[in-house]
Design a protein around this ligand. Structure first.
Ligand code: CP
Length: 340
């Protein structure tokens, strides 16, 4: 059973009446877990953005004093882990967790307690589980035995739905409305952030989606299928300068995902470095007169040069600032559910 605390009437968000009316009308309809962006609809996204706006305006609260969020990370993280911890603290909740589940927990390589048992245990000690794991489907496995909501904070190459919510929120902040806009994805097109983000972009009705992948990289069929299903035009472009000249927003990803600890058993073959034609630099932005807004879930490597950081195009650190409010919105949703 889901019970939500009352929310104040909201100003209309980017999608007209659907947004604010949606959140109120949908109280009680939210799914208990957040495992995939595919389970979110436009009203969920609008409601989350509205709530994030409100948390930015209102600052920290004591709304969830006495509630506990477990940070269960089997894979390294800076932003997601500390972002959820900061969000929990800002809501009055506590965060618990181990430095490295693969070493310290009993679900390590030696004892091999199952993920299901791990979830059954941890969920009896907290009010929500945030899990990151190197295996696709790990969050779903934990959700199958958890008695509290589970949030997927990245499972292998599969999905990273809260990062996608953050990215949509930051893009709406930068562009106002993504409808009719050209959005480029630079870097490896197979990552979990893109897979989740494309599923949310389907609501935004962009004019087109461009991909600027390393040579010989294929945009995954499931991502192309989503774009085709929603009649969103997509193209592959040969260099990032084309995107700087023609796109409203460019969301970058590393060209060499092995640097961020992706699973060794994936089909990834490292290109060992980023060719210059895929690198965004201040010189390219200035020479093209580009107004493209540049996003990146981070961490970055060479694909966005540090010379860009002081330019108004650079949105990636603002994206991190906004991420705290979106994570507060996500936690608000799950902590408002009542335990059976
Ligand atoms: N964007 C992101 O997921 O960063 P971390 O890997 O540092 O959490």
């Amino acid at each position: 059973m889901l019970t939500f605390l009352p929310v104040e009437p909201a100003a209309t968000y980017r999608h007209g009446a659907r947004g604010s009316a949606g959140f109120r009308a949908r109280v009680g309809r939210f799914k208990p877990h957040l495992l995939s962006a595919s389970t979110l609809d436009i009203d969920d996204v609008d409601a989350a953005c509205e709530l994030a706006d409100r948390f930015e305006a209102s600052g920290p609260s004591s709304r969830f004093v006495g509630r506990t969020v477990a940070l269960v990370f089997f894979q390294s993280s800076t932003r997601t882990r500390l972002g959820f911890e900061a969000a929990a603290v800002a809501l009055g909740a506590h965060a618990i967790g181990m430095e490295d589940m693969t070493v310290s927990s009993r679900s390590n390589g030696r004892v091999r307690e199952s993920l299901e048992d791990c979830a059954a245990v941890i969920s009896r000690l907290c009010d929500s589980i945030i899990v990151r794991h190197h295996e696709t489907g790990a969050a779903a496995r934990m959700a199958s035995k958890s008695v509290v909501p589970v949030i997927n904070a990245g499972d292998g190459w599969n999905e990273h739905p809260t990062q996608a919510l953050i990215d949509i929120y930051a893009m709406r902040r930068g562009l106002g409305n993504l409808g009719g806009k050209s959005i480029c994805f630079g870097g490896d097109p197979r990552g979990r952030v893109i897979r989740s983000l494309i599923q949310l972009l389907r609501f935004e009705l962009p004019k087109e989606v461009l991909f600027c992948p390393p040579p010989r990289y294929k945009v995954p069929d499931d991502i192309l299928a989503i774009l085709e299903q929603h009649q969103i035009c997509c193209r592959v472009i040969p260099d990032i300068e084309y995107a700087l000249r023609n796109c409203d927003a460019i969301t970058m990803a590393p060209y060499d995902m092995s640097e961020i600890g992706e699973p060794a058993d994936s089909d990834f073959v490292s290109p060992h470095g980023t060719p210059h034609r895929f690198v965004i630099t201040a010189e390219k932005i200035q020479r093209t007169g580009s107004k493209s807004l540049i996003y990146h879930p981070l961490p970055r490597f060479e694909e966005v040069d540090t010379s860009c950081d002081a330019l108004p195009n650079a949105m990636y650190f603002e994206q991190v600032r906004l991420s705290k409010f979106m994570r507060m919105a996500v936690l608000d949703r799950v902590l408002s559910t009542r335990r059976d």
